[in-house]
Design a protein around this ligand. Sequence first.
Ligand SMILES: NC(=O)c1ccc[n+]([C@@H]2O[C@H](COP(=O)([O-])OP(=O)(O)OC[C@H]3O[C@@H](n4cnc5c(N)ncnc54)[C@H](O)[C@@H]3O)[C@@H](O)[C@H]2O)c1
Length: 330
Amino acid sequence: MNVLVVGGAGYIGSHCVRQLTAAGHRPVVLDNFVYGHRGALADGVTVHGGDLGDESVVKRILRAEKIDVVMHFAAFCYVGESVTDPLKYYLNNSADPLHMLNAMLSAGVKKFVFSSTCATFGVPTTLPIHENLPQAPINPYGQTKLDLENALRALATATGLSFAAFRYFNAAGAAEDGSIGEDHTPESHLIPLAIQAATGQRPHLELYGTDYPTPDGTCLRDYVHVDDLSRAHIAVFDKLAQPGAALFYNLGTGRATSNREVIRAVEKATGKKVKVIEKPRRPGDPPALYADSAKAQRELGWKIKFPTIDSIVATAWKWHSAHPQGYADR
Ligand SMILES: NC(=O)c1ccc[n+]([C@@H]2O[C@H](COP(=O)([O-])OP(=O)(O)OC[C@H]3O[C@@H](n4cnc5c(N)ncnc54)[C@H](O)[C@@H]3O)[C@@H](O)[C@H]2O)c1
């Protein structure tokens, strides 16, 4: 398959590009490099600089590269910023992708894979979170993702577009060979922050909330390896052959890992102590979020290669120890 990977220079997209190549597909990247890194992409990968909201650019690439499937990883993902600057999020995450979809339909490309998020569920009514739980986002970031899910549903019915929306839990880890990995600016994810605190790149780690109703008082989250996520995107291709397929899958390991357990895993992998400063809870952080991914495992044959936090952190440490400053193009 010729696959347009939109946001392919970002963290998850770049790992998917590698997995696509390894599986014998041809990834073509579209990224505006607001957050992406050229260093995350191998030399042989075709890269187009441009914005997904530019219909003429998208249409030209779809036709010239004979694209079969579009994978959409490009979004802004800072929950706090989405609260203070919601318009930035509604434009980039909800409105602009509609232009990309319009370009796809006029170019006759009708297969789409979308990076959605567990944030569409808000504070879940029960755990683990399966696909049929009510979706009630508690911040604009989650709402923008739900808006696009809903638009896709309508388009599938009206136009025969087939799509899969994957609700990721906490994407984590790096390529097993340590060659590519996570490099967000600013960094907001716990594993890289804890690694930076362990190596002295930041003075300490701020731990928000130690009085949650959880076994050790800290939040529980579901860490899923970035390569496991990528493999699900490829495993869904067969199902997209069905016109109008509207597919939703929650992707996590199903394991609830506390913030303190993440810190311990980082200390174990690095052999260094993480200096922690305990802070009050942050508003809007649910105590526990973890997935029921039985549907993806059953329907896609999705297999989790990295089920434990130790196995995930080990790959993250391999990347960070080899690239303490991240990509060279920062
Ligand atoms: N990282 C996580 O834990 C996580 C969890 C749930 C969902 N997600 C979703 O997964 C996707 C990828 O996340 P990530 O961590 O790889 O983010 P990232 O910021 O590393 O990658 C996003 C990429 O998209 C590009 N981009 C953004 N807007 C664009 C536009 N308008 N046109 C072209 N390119 C654009 C950026 O330059 C960047 O390279 C996002 O949609 C995010 O919402 C991530």
